[in-house]
Design a protein around this ligand. Structure first.
Ligand code: FPP
Length: 246
């Protein structure tokens, strides 16, 4: 297989079930074009549309996008407001296509912190798409991996203190089933754009055995071809899960 084998040639059995993406570099893309940061986010939202469509067509079962982290609330108010507007526009404008393509929308993160202008269309589309089986699109919104683990630990601690659970019954499977990602397969491939090589508090538990793929491409420039490159690289990886393989 060449370094540029397109995903169309990757056997379905070699495709990752769950792809997660840290969409980074909107601001740098905007500066490189001499544009305000908001334009970078706007073009980033266009890239989201293209990548969701491509993932669905290629046959990815689950796609999780890090759209707004728990830490992103500390950005300037105007930027946060602009990102919320883009999320709302996405949820409203893409609703028909998401439903027509059989995509199930879910979200992870602190939904209660989202403004109603995002929360309401989000909830409505999650509900309307709940029976779809084509692909699960998971938006990580006001999300942090540590925060998610803390929330799961609190739930389990409450169950122990109420006498519904014994500490010795806490297993990996139980923790898996307590996290909001419980309906998703484990993350197989985690992509980060813009050349940064960090996890930035994304899917810390779920990505324990994820293959990491870092690309210098800035998120607004990430398209179907870039996704196919990542999938082809994944197909060439040997996954050992700590086992000895001769
Ligand atoms: C990182 O770029 C990106 C974000 C903080 C937000 C991601 C949001 C989008 C792609 C657009 C809206 C999303 C949806 C789902 C419609 P950055 O601003 O940190 O870039 P920089 O590191 O170059 O400054």
């Amino acid at each position: 297989m060449s370094a540029r084998t397109p995903a169309a040639q990757v056997l379905p059995s070699a495709l990752p079930a769950h792809v997660a993406i840290i969409m980074d570099g909107n601001g740098r893309w905007a500066s490189s074009q001499g544009l305000p940061r908001e334009q970078g986010h706007r073009r980033g939202a266009d890239a989201v549309r293209a990548v969701v469509r491509a993932a669905r067509e290629i046959g990815i079962r689950a796609l999780t996008l890090y759209a707004f982290s728990a830490q992103n609330w500390s950005r300037p108010g105007a930027e946060v407001g602009h990102l919320m507007d883009l999320l709302r526009t996405f949820l409203i404008d893409e609703r028909a296509e998401i439903l027509a393509r059989g995509i199930r929308l879910v979200s992870i993160g602190d939904e209660a912190r989202l403004p109603p202008l995002v929360r309401l269309p989000l909830r409505a589309l999650v509900r309307a798409s709940a029976r779809n089986r084509g692909m699960t699109l998971c938006l990580a919104l006001s999300y942090g991996g540590r925060e998610a683990i803390v929330a799961a630990a609190c739930k389990l601690a409450r169950a122990v203190s109420d006498g519904r659970l014994r500490p010795e019954d806490i297993t990996e499977t139980l923790i898996d089933g307590t996290l909001d990602t419980r309906a998703l397969p484990p993350v197989d491939l985690l992509i980060r754009t813009s050349g940064e090589q960090r996890l930035s508090n994304f899917l810390l538990w779920e990505g324990a055995y994820a293959e990491l793929y870092f690309t210098p491409v800035l998120w607004p420039d990430f398209d179907r071809c870039e996704l196919e490159n990542a999938l082809a690289a994944f197909a060439r990886r040997e996954r050992r899960y700590g086992r000895f393989v001769k």
